[in-house]
Design a binder for this molecule. Structure first.
Ligand code: CCH
Length: 292
């Protein structure tokens, strides 16, 4: 049965039903949904007002085929049954809402989410490739990418806490492994481990350089898969502007959850303009604004 237009509770329920994936990764599509939401929005450039989640540009090769988005076709395919049951929702709304629902289902905070994104692609606003961060780089690069979107140092660190979830896949980004032992449960563990473990540089068989930690007391199974950090994650503790926030979030889970909820909501709104009722005003809004 197809839901009524504007029934976002039905969409949320259908997204939740797609999370459980016994044969996929760590058993959940949650992390890859969060990454889809982030990559759909993270192309935004404040100066030119281009990119962002509006338009769902990843449906097309120019954006969907960007090597930075490798693997996200899996998330988009997992969400197809949701689109079929709720054909009135735009992909741009569906992908962002999937991140919000997944985060909550994995124990994370409630994130304020508003609908109204369209699937209308304005060719003049298509983001060029190279707008998403390169994990092999350091803090200058992080600032360049995230300041472009309009974020500050505190927000950069809060956002990076998403790496509590999921894993790197050699066949997607080239990086391999999870950041924390329970990668389907949202917490501030990423910050605690980043500060407290002894991370060693490790070059993978594909030549990619990351950081790695193996617990000397771990069972044989765990030893096969050491925990990892990306070079950009390590930059958060070697940079004097980022480090105080890493420490705060490692100490105070509630503060991290509150800041993450705020900054993730901000990310999903980049480039979207609304009137006082919350209706989107800056594009041909096909739905005319159904507010949940
Ligand atoms: Fe991330 N991320 N991310 N990330 N990311 C990767 C995986 C996830 C960077 C690089 C990578 C954010 C910020 C950054 C998630 C959420 C967020 C991977 C492995 C790389 C590389 C991809 C693979 O191989 O599958 C870099 C660099 C930055 C810069 O700050 C932000 C912001 C968010 C969300 C708010 C999540 C979740 C994953 C796990 C995906 C999965 O499939 O398990």
């Amino acid at each position: 049965m197809v839901s009524q237009p504007g029934d976002y509770a039905a969409v949320r329920k259908d997204i939740t039903a797609q999370l459980d994936k016994p044969d996929y990764d760590d058993g959940s599509a949650g992390p890859v949904f969060l990454r889809l939401a982030w990559h759909s929005a993270g192309t935004y450039d404040a100066e030119t007002d281009t990119g962002g989640s509006n338009g769902a540009g990843m449906r097309y090769e120019a954006e969907g085929g960007d090597p930075a988005n490798a693997g996200l076709q899996i998330a988009r395919a997992f969400l197809e049954p949701v689109k079929e049951r709720n054909p009135w929702i735009t992909y741009a709304d569906l992908w962002t809402l999937a991140g919000v629902v997944a985060l909550k289902e994995m124990g994370g905070p409630d994130v304020k989410w508003l609908p109204g994104r369209t699937d209308y692609v304005d060719d003049s606003k298509l983001p060029p490739r190279g707008r998403l961060p390169d994990a092999a780089q350091g803090s200058d690069h992080l600032r360049q990418i995230f300041y472009r979107m309009g974020f500050n140092d505190q927000e950069i660190v809060a956002l990076a806490g998403a790496h509590n979830l999921g894993r790197g896949h050699m066949d997607r980004s080239g990086f391999e492994g999870r950041w924390v032992n329970n990668p389907t449960r949202f917490s501030n563990q990423f910050f605690r481990l980043l500060l407290n473990l002894e991370w060693k540089p490790r070059t993978l068989s594909n030549g990619v350089k990351q950081f790695s930690y193996s617990d000397p007391d771990a069972s044989e199974d765990e030893k096969e898969e050491p925990l990892m950090m990306l070079p950009t994650d390590m930059a958060l503790i070697s940079d004097a502007g980022f480090l105080p926030w890493v420490k705060k979030y490692a100490d105070d889970k509630d503060l991290f959850f509150q800041h993450f909820a705020d900054v993730f909501a901000k990310l999903l709104e980049l480039g979207i303009k609304r009137d006082e009722k919350g209706n989107v005003t800056n594009t041909d809004n096909v739905l005319g604004g159904y507010i949940s």
